[in-house]
Write a protein that binds this ligand. Structure first.
Ligand SMILES: Nc1ncnc2c1ncn2[C@@H]1O[C@H](COP(=O)(O)OP(=O)(O)O)[C@@H](O)[C@H]1O
Ligand SMILES: Cc1cn([C@H]2C[C@H](O)[C@@H](COP(=O)(O)OP(=O)(O)O)O2)c(=O)[nH]c1=O
Length: 209
């Protein structure tokens, strides 16, 4: 079925993805896309409330996984799917690759259970393209320390973020056509050029209406 483009942005905390989403959106608008921007966990009032709990309350890995998928279900049903059906291009700061990377690789949670939750919640919906901002965890930690106070996930140690990074690499290896790796250890200007090189050729898809 025809639908708008669904593009997600991923990477460990401090990789630099949030620094480039607006530039990607602007480039796409200039190509004629009607852009909807969102984030996960979040993007709806319910999902934003779940995000606050997720980022600040202690919980085990299964609870983390259930919360992010509950938030995702609401976000997909009320924001992402309607926007894609209208033919919009949806840019989302994180999506299910983050769950496989953080809860799966980072926490060691069962990947088969995550795949089951993914199937129930997404009903086959997958991003058309994912930009994975890849950077060594030590570089990301320096960037975070200079920029902001750590939340519950950001307080994890370098070994955790090494596992998360390897989780993203596994997702890329499983679907290299979708997950595109950007070397985010470069300068802001070089990363921005790499992002624009990937998004500028994308044509608007148009919707059903
Ligand atoms: N390529 C880069 N070189 C140097 N600093 C960067 C680069 N990309 C991002 N930063 C800085 O690192 C910090 C974290 O970036 P941010 O975009 O918030 O990361 P993320 O969204 O991936 O957590 C910000 O202060 C940002 O200005
Ligand atoms: C979407 C998602 C995010 N997360 C984590 C990754 C981040 O540490 C955190 C929030 O992501 P993010 O919005 O990137 O945080 P910030 O705006 O502070 O950069 O949630 C998961 O652990 N699993 C998930 O499925």
């Amino acid at each position: 079925m025809a639908h708008g483009l669904f593009i997600t942005f991923e990477g460990i905390d401090g990789a630099g993805k949030s620094s480039h989403i607006e530039a990607a959106a602007q480039a796409l608008r200039e190509q004629g896309h009607e852009v909807v921007m969102s984030r996960e966990p979040g993007g709806t009032p319910l999902a934003e409330a779940l995000r606050e709990l997720f980022l600040h309350r202690p919980m085990d890995a299964l609870t983390e996984a259930l919360l992010v998928f509950a938030a995702r279900r609401d976000h997909l049903a009320t924001v992402i799917e309607p926007a894609l059906q209208r033919g919009c291009t949806v840019l989302c700061d994180r999506f299910t690759d983050a769950t496989f990377a953080y809860q799966g690789a980072g926490r060691g949670f069962d990947l088969a259970v995550l795949s089951q939750l993914e199937a129930w919640v997404q009903q086959g919906r997958q991003p058309d393209m994912t930009l994975w901002f890849d950077v060594p965890p030590a570089v990301a930690a320096q960037r975070r320390a200079a920029a902001r106070a750590a939340d519950r996930l950001e307080a994890e140690d370098l070994a955790f973020f090494e596992r998360v990074r390897s989780g993203y690499e596994a997702r890329r290896a499983a679907d290299p056509g979708r997950v595109r790796c950007i070397d985010s250890g470069q300068s802001l200007e070089a990363v921005r050029a790499a992002v624009l090189a990937l998004v500028q050729p994308l044509q608007p898809r148009g919707g059903l209406l």
